[in-house]
Design a protein around this ligand. Structure first.
Ligand code: TYM
Length: 326
C-alpha cells in the first residue's frame, strides 16, 4: 500500500441521494482523492437493518454506486465496492463486538430513532460495530462524514483504542472529517429536522437526480422564517440559514457575500437565485448519472472489491495474530 494516509467512508443504499449527502460527505470523498488513498463503500449490509424489498434493494445498490461515480469519485483513483463483497467487514465485526459494552450501544441516538420507526433487531443494535469494522478493516486515518455520524465515529475510536491497549497497536485512531458548511443540511420543509433520504415529503429534499424544474419548485417552496430580512442566524432564521449554506456551497460564494447582496432583496428573489445556483450544480451530476450503464458500474465494483480484499486480509491477519486466533 502507498505511503499516503488512508481514508474510508460509506453510504447506505436506502433511498435517493440528496444535496445533504453531497454537501456533508460526498464532496469531501471527491476532494480527498487528491491527497489520500481513498476507499469508499456502498454499505449494503447496513441497509439491511431496516425493512426492504430485495428487488428494489438490488437496483438501489447499483444506483448509489453510479451516483458516487457521477459526483466525481474516480474508480481509477479510489477503491469503490459493495461492503458485502469483502467478507472481512463482517468477520472483524464479530471480534470488535466482543469488546463493545452494551451500554455504549444503548446510548446511540440513531439506534433509538430508527428502532422507534422501523422496529428493533440485533443488527440495528450492533450497527455501530459494523461501521467501526468498515473503518478499521483498512486501518484508515480519516473518515469524511456529516455531523450525524459523530457518535458512530466516537465509538469507532473507542474500539480502536480499546483493542490497541489490550492486544497491541494494530489500528490508527481515525479522525472524523466534516465540512465547515453543509455538515448538517436541514429539510426544506422543516428546518429543525435533518434532510433525510427516508423523508416521505418529496418537497423536503433536493435529489441529485432532480431536474431543473423540480429544483426550482422545491427551493421556491422551501419554508422560510418570519420577517423578510435574509440573515445568517440559526436561532432566529433557521430556514433562511439553511438556504444560505446551500446557496453558498453551490455558488462557491461566502455566506457574508450572499448576505451582503440579498439582505433586503426579499425572500422570493433570494430563493430564485439560490435555486438557480443549485440547478446549475446538479445538472452535470444528473447527466453523468444518466449516462452510465449498470453493467459498467458492476464491473468497476468487482475490480475494486478484489483489491480491497488484499488490504482487508492483511488487517485480519494482524488482528487474528493479536487476539490469539492464529
Ligand atoms: P448515510 O447513508 O445515512 O449518509 C451518508 C453520508 O451523508 C451524510 N449525511 C448528511 N450530511 C449533511 N446533511 C445531511 N442532512 C445529511 N444526511 C446524511 C452522512 O453523515 C453520511 O456521511 N452510518 C452511515 C454509513 C456508514 C459509514 C460507514 C460511514 C456505514 N459504515 C463507515 C462512514 C464510515 C450512514 O448511515 O450514512
Amino acid at each position: 500500500m502507498s505511503e499516503r494516509q488512508r481514508v474510508f467512508s460509506g453510504m447506505q443504499p436506502t433511498g435517493k441521494i440528496h444535496i445533504g449527502n453531497l454537501m456533508g460527505a460526498l464532496s469531501n470523498w471527491v476532494s480527498m482523492q487528491e491527497e489520500y488513498s481513498t476507499i469508499y463503500n456502498v454499505v449494503d449490509l447496513h441497509a439491511m437493518t431496516t425493512p426492504y424489498d430485495p428487488a428494489d434493494f438490488r437496483q438501489q445498490r447499483i444506483n448509489l454506486a453510479k451516483m458516487i461515480i457521477a459526483v466525481g469519485v474516480d474508480p481509477d483513483r479510489s477503491l469503490l465496492y459493495f461492503q458485502s463483497d469483502v467478507a472481512e467487514h463482517a468477520e472483524l465485526t464479530w471480534i470488535l463486538s466482543v469488546m463493545t459494552p452494551m451500554g455504549q450501544l444503548e446510548r446511540m441516538t440513531q439506534y433509538k430513532e430508527k428502532a422507534d420507526k422501523a422496529g428493533q433487531n440485533l443488527g440495528l443494535f450492533s450497527y455501530p460495530v459494523l461501521m467501526a469494522a468498515d473503518i478499521l478493516i483498512h486501518r484508515v486515518h480519516a473518515v469524511p462524514v456529516g455531523d450525524d455520524q459523530t457518535q458512530h465515529l466516537e465509538i469507532t475510536r473507542d474500539l480502536a483504542e480499546r483493542f490497541n491497549n489490550r492486544f497491541g497497536e494494530v489500528f490508527p485512531i481515525p479522525e472524523r472529517i466534516s465540512p465547515e458548511i453543509g455538515a448538517r443540511v436541514m429539510s426544506l420543509q422543516d428546518p429543525f429536522s435533518k434532510m433525510s433520504k427516508s423523508d416521505a415529503n418529496t418537497k423536503a429534499t433536493v435529489l441529485l437526480t432532480d431536474t431543473t424544474d423540480q429544483i426550482m419548485k422545491k427551493i421556491k417552496s422551501a419554508v422560510t422564517d418570519t420577517g423578510s430580512e435574509v440573515a445568517f442566524d440559526w436561532d432566529n432564521k433557521p430556514g433562511v440559514s439553511n438556504l444560505l449554506e446551500i446557496f453558498s456551497y453551490f455558488s462557491g460564494r461566502t455566506i457574508d457575500d450572499l448576505v451582503a447582496e440579498y439582505a433586503t432583496a426579499g425572500y422570493g428573489h433570494f430563493k430564485v437565485a439560490a435555486a438557480e445556483a443549485v440547478a446549475e450544480g446538479i445538472a452535470p451530476i444528473r447527466e453523468a448519472y444518466e449516462g452510465m450503464s449498470d453493467a459498467e458500474v458492476s464491473a468497476v465494483m468487482s475490480t475494486s472489491a478484489e483489491k480491497a480484499k488484499v488490504s482487508a486480509a492483511e488487517t485480519m491477519s494482524l488482528v487474528k495474530g493479536a487476539v490469539g486466533l492464529d
